[in-house]
Design a protein around this ligand. Structure first.
Ligand code: R2B
Ligand code: URA
Length: 305
């Protein structure tokens, strides 16, 4: 039973330090994190990132930048010092840091996220970060929920509603449980304010490797199914407890779990997929909605400083 094996890993990191399960790293004289364009030879990771306690990832760089800009005044106030914002962009990813908070964009989909997480976990390890918590804040399609609703994911499932992430190594499939920290799910839900002008719910999230046919859409460049097929599939998902669809959750859950790093996923639904496929909400409303997961994570960070 894989979940038993991983239970040994989960939360078992000594002294809260990130532990990497790759003995080969010990024999590297230096490690260049190629996609982040940061290397242990040229950068003092402990000095640059050693104080980080919270890491926030999300698809786009602009959202990560906005998140750091918006949390800076509250952090500075709480820590009673004017914190500086630091930023570093490689040609693939952009990172922003203020005090104990680091935000990095992950791009779209599992491959982009998976590469980032490999390099980020190594960065966390080299920086000797202690008890870091990592979040994905993002957007998603809703399954039978009101657009604008925020979803806190309690489990990731794949397109066949299996609760794991399939990683192919040397041509062999490995199934990694897409488990998230239940306690953190409850903590995030408890941060909801009764006067928030939107609902925040807990549910399962389905991860896909495509935005169009892979999510049952009828409006891509290709479509080999009918609207009835789509509705049947959505109903099947709903029946299984799935409330939203996005493109990273199983890998995010499985890889953080494997590394023993506490992780949470919080996404806002841009539409209800039972009602359509196109996202026609105005730019302005979309931007407002995108702030909602950020607000919840900010509340968590400010409370756990
Ligand atoms: C949600 O939105 C993106 C696709 O539009 C993708 O990154 C995701 O998971
Ligand atoms: N992101 C997705 O992956 N799907 C949606 O429908 C909306 C955002």
């Amino acid at each position: 039973d894989l979940s038993q094996i991983f239970d040994q890993y989960f939360n078992s990191n000594e002294n809260g330090l990130v532990r990497l399960r790759n003995p080969n790293l010990k024999s590297l004289d230096h490690d260049f994190l190629y996609h982040l364009e940061l290397g242990t030879n040229d950068h003092d990771f402990v000095k640059m990132f050693g104080d980080v306690k919270f890491i926030c990832t999300g698809g786009t760089a602009i959202r990560m930048k906005n998140f750091i800009n918006s949390i800076e005044p509250e952090l500075s106030k709480k820590l009673k010092t004017k914190l500086e914002i630091w930023q570093h962009s490689s040609s693939r990813y952009s990172m922003y840091k203020v005090g104990p908070v680091l935000a990095v964009n992950h791009g779209i989909g599992v491959p982009s996220l998976q590469i980032l997480l490999n390099e980020l976990f190594k960065l966390m390890y080299y920086a000797k970060m202690k008890n870091p918590v990592i979040f994905r804040i993002g957007t998603c399609g809703g399954v039978g929920i009101t657009p604008g609703t925020v979803v806190i994911t309690n489990e990731g499932v794949d397109e066949e509603i299996n609760p794991y992430f399939v990683q192919v190594v040397l041509g062999k499939k490995i199934h990694l449980p897409a488990t998230l920290d239940r306690q953190l799910v409850r903590e995030l839900k408890a941060l909801v304010n009764s006067d928030d002008p939107y609902d925040t719910i807990i549910g399962k999230t389905m991860c896909t490797s495509d935005f169009y046919e892979g999510q049952g859409r009828l409006d891509g460049a290709f479509c080999k199914h009918t609207i009835a097929d789509k509705m049947d599939y959505l109903a099947k998902l709903q029946e299984a407890g799935v409330v939203n669809i996005e493109m990273e959750c199983t890998a995010f859950a499985a890889l953080t779990y494997q590394a023993g790093i506490k992780a949470g996923i919080c996404c806002v639904a841009m539409l209800d997929r039972f009602k359509g496929d196109q996202i026609r909400t105005s730019n302005e409303v979309r931007k407002q909605w995108e702030l909602r997961p950020q607000d919840i994570i900010s509340r968590y960070i400010l409370r756990h400083l």
